[in-house]
Every structure is written in structure tokens, then in C-alpha cells.
Ligand binder design. Structure first.
Ligand code: CA
Length: 421
């Protein structure tokens, strides 16, 4: 991941996609930091890869700041936590990449939207201190000693003959960090939507028209009524497109949009990640928003939805719930916040029959089935052996009593490793 700072060679290589910020004459004094900002833009959006090199003293945490000249808006990021106020953006380390030795580099990325011109920022700060050009300081470049005169300003800087002092290995973390996309999106119309490299992911950006197509198809098992689903170009978590579900009350008003390709891996571990926003709090009655066919359970569904106002899993074959629907069990789950994008992740392990669930990055204790029966949580689920084999993913809405909702889904990812948000 970490690269040595180099000169025009890399600048020429990446000139088509972006530019190295602040190329300067070799006479420039050593700066405390340097930032490479490389953007890959399409009509209304972009991804950006940012490499920051610390030429100052080692730091245990970092925040990189910049200001956009246009209306760029960062929508989601990987390997950094990004906040934006107006045109001002701050990107801070995540838990595992805060340490940055002197001379070391780290990279992060993000996705954003813009209109007009996607001009790159011209100035950056590291922990509040302005960064300079991306050249490696050496004792000769910053020293006026007569034995080493400065390079002529007409000569481009050359690659340093010695690397910056840095640890021989990049900073490591106690747990495996999420990895970022290492390549730009293959198609400007289909951004990576923050997927780990092995993930199958879909942000609905390749959809044409309003009827879900491609790997997605609306489905109404047994009966159909008022429930509808459509591609929506007015609401999106990233890019410009999402899947909208108008879910009505009553079983036959259900609707799901099914994808059999996104689970088409040979793995028996599925990390499902999607973003969802909805208009109406989860009802007291049982509802499902996600269904997955389980080939090892008579093709009955593993369902994820809600009951008693909180998220829950339900196993259709025997109606077991996770958590148990005691008040104490429900209290260990969580509501699904309305009118905001929520990142939902769950891991289903077919090897040992366990489930873990995260809402907006936090593991939900009431939605953890860890194989050991726990009263109020998973003792009902574990009343029999369960080794799921999931064969499809359906997003939608199904109400078994009362409860209607409008939902938008976006940036769906399935992988054998955790995607993160
Ligand atoms: Ca999208």
C-alpha cells in the first residue's frame, strides 16, 4: 500500500486520471507532508484516491484537510472517516491506520458527487499543518551547503536515490483491516460503492429504465397486490440511482426484488451489506425486508425484518426469531432509524450456523446468534441444527399483519469477507 514518493515518472503515468498535487522545483524546502489526490470522474460523480506522506515526526493519528472550489460532496469513504462542512473536508484515520511514522505514507479513498467542474483541491493540511509538494526531502535538497548546490530550476526533480526513512513494513493493525478498491472503477457509470475487492456489489447505477433488470427482478410469491418496486433516480446513497420499494400492508401486497447472481459464490460464509433508508418506523407486527432462500432448509427463507419495533431475523421453516421476542430480547435489538441512510451488515456462516449483524457499523447484541444458546436472544434459534446454504438475495417488503413502509436500497454487496460501510 505504501509507496515511496517519486517524481515525474508517476506523474506522467497518472496524468490521465489525476495529478500529483504541487509538483515543484527541487529547490523547495522540505515540507512536513505531501498529498497525492487522484480523482476518477464521470458525469456527476467521482472516486478519489488520496495518499498522504508524513515528512514530520511520527504521529499516532491523522486528519487531512482540504477545501473544494466546486460543489463536490463526499458521499462515502474507505480507510478514513470523512466529514464535510460546506466545501471544507476533513478525513481522519480509522482505528487501524492512525500511526504514521516519519517518511511513511497511507492511502484512503472516497466517492463523491459534483456538478460542473471537478477541480482537484490545491492545498492540503495534515493535522492542521499545511502540506507541501510531493517531493522527498534529502539532506542536500534542504541544505545550502556549498558542496551540494541546489538543482537548477529548469531541471525536473528526479527520483530520490534513497527512500525516505520509514519502517520496513507498513503500519499493521491487530485485526485485519478492510481493504480499499485497488483499481478505479472499470466503468464510470458503475462506481465501486465501497466494496472489498472480492465482493459482488451493485449500486443500481447500471440500471436502465424504471423496472429492475439485469441481475434483479421483481417477485411476488403466491400472490400480488399493492406492493411495487422501481429504480429511483431521485434518491441514492451513492451515485444517482437506488432501488425503491413501496411496501403495503398485508401479505399479498408484498414485493421483493430478487438477485441470484450476487450470492453466486462458492463460499459458505456470506457477508451481506446494503444501505437502506425508509419512511416509517418498524411496526409491532412481524415484517420482513430481506429474504434469502435456504437450500439446506427445504428452500424456506431466512428472513430479516422486524417485530415489536426492532430488527429481527426470522426462520420461515419454524418461525424461530432472533432475538426472542421477549421484552428483554427486543431491547437487545435496535430500531431501524427512519429518513436516513442506514448501513446494514450481517454475516451468515453456513459452516457453523451462526449469524452476526451490524447496524451502522456496530454489532447488535440481540442479532447475534453465536452457536451458544443465550436466553432472550438465540436459544429458540438453536433449538435445532441449522446450517444454511443461501441461494438468493431478495430486497423488499413483506407484512404478515399490519405495517407499510417505503424503502430505498443501495450499494448492495456480498462477499466472503466483511465489507464495512
Ligand atoms: Ca446507487
Amino acid at each position: 500500500m505504501r509507496r515511496r514518493a517519486v517524481g515525474f515518472g508517476v506523474a506522467a503515468l497518472v496524468a490521465g486520471a489525476g495529478m500529483i498535487v504541487g509538483l515543484a522545483t527541487a529547490a523547495t524546502a522540505a515540507a512536513a507532508c505531501a498529498v497525492d489526490y487522484t480523482a476518477n470522474s464521470w458525469a456527476t460523480g467521482f472516486t478519489a484516491d488520496v495518499k498522504v506522506t508524513n515528512y514530520g515526526a511520527a504521529v499516532g493519528s491523522w486528519t487531512v484537510g482540504w477545501t473544494y472550489a466546486g460543489d463536490q460532496k463526499v458521499t462515502n469513504a474507505w480507510n478514513a472517516t470523512v466529514t464535510q462542512s460546506g466545501a471544507s473536508v476533513r478525513a481522519s484515520n480509522v482505528a487501524w491506520n492512525g500511526s504514521l511514522a516519519s517518511g511513511a505514507s497511507t492511502s484512503f479513498g472516497f466517492q463523491g458527487t459534483y456538478s460542473g467542474t471537478n477541480a482537484k483541491p490545491t492545498a492540503f493540511t495534515l493535522n492542521g499543518v499545511a502540506c507541501g509538494p510531493d517531493v522527498t526531502p534529502t539532506p542536500t535538497s534542504a541544505s545550502p551547503t556549498p558542496s551540494s548546490p541546489p538543482t537548477s530550476p529548469t531541471t525536473p526533480p528526479t527520483s530520490p536515490t534513497t527512500p525516505p526513512t520509514s519502517p520496513t513494513t507498513p503500519p499493521t493493525s491487530p485485526t485485519t483491516p478492510p481493504t480499499s478498491p485497488t483499481t478505479p472503477p472499470t466503468s464510470p457509470s458503475n462506481p465501486p460503492a465501497n466494496c472489498v475487492p472480492t465482493a459482488v456489489c451493485d449500486g443500481f447505477e447500471n440500471q436502465a429504465g424504471t423496472t429492475p433488470g439485469g441481475n434483479w427482478a421483481a417477485t411476488y410469491p403466491d400472490c400480488s397486490g399493492a406492493g411495487t418496486a422501481a429504480i429511483d433516480r431521485t434518491v441514492a446513497h451513492s451515485g444517482s440511482t437506488s432501488l425503491r420499494v413501496n411496501g403495503a400492508e398485508g401479505y399479498c401486497n408484498h414485493v421483493f426484488v430478487r438477485n441470484t447472481a450476487i450470492l453466486g459464490t462458492t463460499s459458505s460464509v456470506w457477508y451481506v451489506r446494503y444501505w437502506v433508508r425508509h419512511t416509517t418506523a418498524l411496526p409491532a407486527a412481524h415484517v420482513a425486508a430481506v429474504a434469502m432462500r435456504d437450500a439446506n432448509d427445504g428452500n424456506k427463507d431466512l428472513r430479516f425484518g422486524g417485530q415489536n419495533g426492532a430488527l429481527q431475523f426470522n426462520r420461515a421453516s419454524d418461525d424461530a426469531t432472533l432475538p426472542e421476542q421477549s421484552p428483554a430480547g427486543v431491547a437487545l435489538s435496535a430500531p431501524l432509524p427512519v429518513n436516513t441512510w442506514n448501513c446494514v451488515e450481517f454475516k451468515v456462516d453456513g459452516g457453523n450456523g451462526t449469524i452476526e449483524t451490524w447496524l451502522n457499523g456496530a454489532s447488535v447484541p440481540g442479532l447475534l446468534e453465536d452457536g451458544t444458546p443465550t436466553h432472550d436472544i438465540d436459544s429458540q434459534w438453536l433449538n435445532r441444527t441449522w446450517r444454511p446454504k443461501l441461494t438468493d438475495l431478495r430486497l423488499g417488503w413483506e407484512s404478515y399483519g399490519s405495517g407499510a413502509d417505503t424503502l430505498w436500497y443501495d450499494d448492495v454487496a456480498v462477499s466472503a469477507m466483511r465489507n464495512g460501510c
